[in-house]
Design a protein around this ligand. Sequence first.
Ligand code: ARG
Length: 615
Amino acid sequence: MSIKKEIYQILCDAVKGLGIDAEGLSVAFSNRPELCDYQCNFAMMCAKRLNEKPFDLAEKIVKNIKKTEFFEFLAANPGFINVKVTDKALSEFCNDVAVDKNLGIEQVSKPRLVFFDYGGANVAKELHVGHLRSPIVGEALKRLHFVRGDRVLSDMHLGDYGLQMGLTVLQLKIDGFLDAFFEKTQKNDEKSAKKSEKSVDFSKIPLENVTLDVLNDEYPKASKRKDVDEEFKKKADEITLFIQKGVEPYYTIYQKIRQLSVVEILKNYKLLNCEFDYTFGESDAQDYIDDTIQIFVDRKLARESEGALVVDVAREGEHIPIPKKSEDEPQRFKNPMPPAIIKKYNGGDLYATTDIATVAMRNEKDVPDEIVYITDKRQDTHFEQVFRCCKLAGISPEGQKLVHIGFGTMNGKDGKPFKTRSGDVVRLKDVVGLLIDKASEKLAANGIKGDAELARKIGVGAMKFGDLSNTLEKDYVFDIEKFLSFDGKTGPYIQYTIARINSILSKAGLSQTGRGQQNGGLCVDIQTVEEKNIALAILKLNSAYQVSYDAYSLNSLCLATFELASAFSTFYNNHKILTEQNEKRKKSMLAICLLVKKCLEKALWTLGIDSVEKM
Ligand code: ARG
C-alpha cells in the first residue's frame, strides 16, 4: 500500500471510530513542508455540519489514532491534521520501491488498450519544426500509459491521401520527371485513364531522378501555383481523385513517392526516439471508406449540400450568441460546430473521410478502449466533428473514448512561430542538427569530444524536456540555450545527475549492481533530512505519474523528476559518500544513489529521453 493510502486509511478509521461519516476525507502532500509531509483538511470541511470547532474536531480525530512508529499526527490551527512520516517509514518505502519492478508506480486498476495516433507527417512534404511536438508528446504519453500498466499501440498516421498527392505528381509530370510512365500509356490524357492499365506493369518503371530533394522543391512549387492558377488546381484535384481511385499510372507513381518519403520520415522519428507499431497512413483506410459512408447514408445521417455529402454534428443549444455591437442590433448566433464534410463535390475523399474510416479500421483490427490523437490544437474542430460522426454512426462503440490532445505552437524568442532568419520554416532536420551541434560544443567544453550519439541523446533530451515541461495547450518559446543548460529544470541536468551517480557507483565498485530487481543487496536507512527529502521526492514523483496520466500532460512528471534530481544534488553536496567510515551508513547512502538512479532513468524513459552513462 502506498504511504498516502495508509495515512488515508488510518484517518478514515479514526473518523469512523468517532461515529462520523468519512465521506470526502482526503490526504494531500503538505504545502508547508517545514511543518509536515502530508495534510488533511477533513476537520475544517465538516466541523460546521457537526457543530464543532474545527480545531477541536481535528484534535478529537488525532486522539483517536493509535500511536505507530511510522506516522505522527498533529492537530494544527485552524483545524488541519498534519502528518509527519517517520524516517523508519520512509526507509521501508525506499526499500520496497527498490525491489518493485514498477518502482512503486501505481498501476491502473483496469488495464486498457490505448491507441496513440501521433507523428502525422505528410508524404512529399518535408518535416519542419511544426512537426516536432506531436512525436515528442505522443511518444511520451504512450510510454506513460505503458508504465502505468495499460497496453499501448501506436500509429504514425501518415498524411498520404490529400491534395498534396495530386499537386506533387502533377508538378513532377510537368517538369518531365515522369515521362517514362506516360510514354508507356498510349493515351496520355487523364480523362481517359482507366481503373488499371493491365498491359503495362508500372511498378517495374523506376522513378528516375526523383529524390527527396526533388520532392522538397516540387511540392512547394505546386502548392504556390495552385493558389494562383485555377486550371492547375483543377488538374491536381483530378489526379488526386485518380490516385484515390487507383487509376494507373498515377497510383503506382504515388506509391513510389510515398515509399521514398516514409524512409526519410522514419529516420527522423528515430532520431527523436519515436517508434511506431504501425506506419499506416490515411490511405490505409481506403478499403473502409465506401462502407463507412454507406452507414451515414443508410441511417440518414448525411445530407447533400452543393454536391457534397455532409453530416450535421452540431448539438442543440450549442449556438453561441455573437456579442452585439449596439443595443438595438438583433441577436445573432454562430454555430461552433459546422457540418462535417465526408465526401467532396467531385466524389473525392477528405481528411474527415479518412479519419472516420480509420476509426472503423482500428475497431475491426485492434478494438482499442481509447484512441488518443495528438496534433496542433488548431485541429480541435476537425477532431470534434470526426468523433461526433463516429459516435452518431456507431462506428465507435459507446464505451470507447476518443480523445484529441491539441498542443500550442513552438515559438521563437520573438514570440512568433519559429522561423529561419529569412522567414522560412525551419526544417526538422536542421533543428535537431542544431541541438546536436550545441550539445557537442558543451560536451567538448567538459572534455568529451567526438561522441555523436551522446550529443544526440543530450540535444534531443534537452528539447524534449523543454517541450514537455510546459502545459500542452500553451505556446512556448524554443530557447536552445536554456534547454541545454546543465543546470536548472532541464533534460541535461537530469542526465547529468544520473551520470554523476554512475560515477559514484563505479568508484564504489558497484557499477553493475542494481540493474536487477535487488538493490545490490543494499538497504536504505534514512538518517538525515537530505535523505528524507529524497524519499519524499520519490513519493511525489510516483504520484506525478498519476497526475500526468489523468491530465494527458507531462509537465507534472517533468517537474517531479527535476525535484528528485535536485534533492539528490543537495544530498550529494552535503555528504561524503565514498569516504564515509561507517560501513552501514555508506551502504545506505549507496543504496539511495542506486534507487535515485533507477527512478530518474525510469522517468526519463517515460518522457522518451535517453539516460547517459557519463557526460
Ligand atoms: N497529417 C496531419 C497533419 O499534418 C496529422 C494527422 C493526425 N492524425 C489523424 N488521424 N488525423 O496535420
